[in-house]
Design a protein around this ligand. Sequence first.
Ligand SMILES: Cc1cc2nc3c(=O)[nH]c(=O)nc-3n(C[C@H](O)[C@H](O)[C@H](O)COP(=O)(O)O)c2cc1C
Length: 368
Amino acid sequence: MSQESAGGPSLALDELFEEVQVGGLRLRNRFAMAPMTRSKSPGGVPNAENIGYYRDHAAGGVGLIITEGTYVRGPAAGPDLAVPHFYGEESAAGWREVVDAVHAQGSAIVPQLWHMGASRGGSPKFEPEVPTVSPSGVKASGKPVGRALTNDDLDTLIESYVESALLAQQLGFDGIEVHGAHGYLLDQFFWGTTNLRTDEYGGPLRQRAAFPARVVAAVREAVGPAFPIIYRFSQWKGDDYTARIAETPGELEELLTPLVDAGVDVFHASVRRHWVPEFTTHAEDVSLAGWTKKVTGLPVITVGSVGVDKVFLGDGIDETQAQRFSVLRDQFARGEFDLVAVGRALLADPEWVNKVRDGRLADIIPFR
Ligand SMILES: Cc1cc2nc3c(=O)[nH]c(=O)nc-3n(C[C@H](O)[C@H](O)[C@H](O)COP(=O)(O)O)c2cc1C
């Protein structure tokens, strides 16, 4: 495949750089910054360094910024003293500066709302007096941690998500992303290993989706019909890359349909490699993002090792990376995704999107 053109190397990704409206989001291009925890907000309050970090990424051309995971009020959202909160006056003031700085550079931005459930562990630094809570009080390993959520806790949690979503709307964010992936709280409901409940929130797949769907429905009710809700989910868990919540497209449909009905606008299908076909039982060579589009009919964000390759440690582009971009382009042409999120490549180089757009590939600072 030839990469050279008169103006320098071209990745033929032009269509991804056109303005677009996706799930109510108006974006200057189809590149999103993937949510990435930085733990650089002591006290849970976004500070000048955080504001500069997001401003720089917006200036680098990304269409949509999904912030690092931010704690909802809880109970017991997470263990870390420096993960930003998405509640409370002080944090809100910091976020207001973030959103204004990002908008001034032409990007849209949504906060990722995060509760870690059992993954918070048994000895949190933040709110050590509050017990860890999760669907059934067990970690992925089956070992007990903290306690199982009561019905009152579930109501409180819903209020916490609603509080953060309303704050996002009030501060001028362009929507929210609910973190339902990677083995954290909402994913612990999805996954049979961590959801042993015998009430209406456990059991068959559809019921395991019931609490995440209640969260989305309550947020939708509070923010109204026009405020975009992105829902991120994954098969893989932080401590188990081979874990699966859906073995077939039919199971995926069972899990996601309650979320569609609850009011999700965009799904964010988190995989580690965007080009890997999801269901080996199916002859079709389709990624998780592609299947998600098929079974939900909604727009989807793909992600996973875009722009991260040993190639970028060299000077310029080599065939491996070019083929990867060509896979991305082919997946887009086949309608497998609407937006593509980029994580580590943007950590290494906030200007990654503009450099790719302009074919300045040799200038890209590689991720190490
Ligand atoms: C440092 C770091 C922090 C991350 N934190 C989060 C997070 O807070 N929320 C989340 O959903 N995913 C998180 N992820 C996963 C990324 O969003 C993304 O899915 C992953 O890095 C794959 O994309 P990439 O290959 O482009 O980096 C994190 C990844 C990295 C590298």
